[in-house]
Design a binder for this molecule. Structure first.
Ligand SMILES: [Zn+2]
Length: 85
C-alpha cells in the first residue's frame, strides 16, 4: 500500500513490477496526464496493466526519486565576483 499522491512526486518516476517480473519505468508526469494528480501510487498499481503478459496486478512499485543534482551544482557554485571584490 502506497498512498503517496502522484502530485507530491511529480518530477520522479515509478517502476511497477509485474508477477512475470516484467517492469517498467514511468515518468510520474505522464501518469498524471493519463489519470489525475490526486491519484495515489496504490491506485496506479491497481490500474496498471502489464505491457508484456497483459496481467493486471502489479506486485511491487518502486518510486525512483530523480536527483536534483543540477540544482545542487548551481548553489555550490561561488561566483568569482565575490572573490574579486
Ligand atoms: Zn507481466
Amino acid at each position: 500500500m502506497n498512498m503517496t499522491p502522484l502530485s507530491s512526486i511529480t518530477y520522479n518516476r515509478v517502476s511497477p513490477t509485474c508477477l512475470c517480473t516484467h517492469w517498467n519505468l514511468l515518468p510520474v508526469k505522464e501518469l498524471i496526464e493519463v489519470f489525475r494528480p490526486d491519484i495515489t501510487v496504490d491506485q496506479v498499481e491497481k490500474a496498471a496493466c502489464c505491457t508484456k503478459c497483459g496481467a493486471k496486478g502489479v506486485i511491487r512499485t518502486q518510486i525512483i526519486y530523480v536527483g536534483n543534482s543540477a540544482i545542487a551544482m548551481s548553489t555550490a557554485h561561488t561566483p568569482r565576483k565575490n572573490v574579486d571584490e
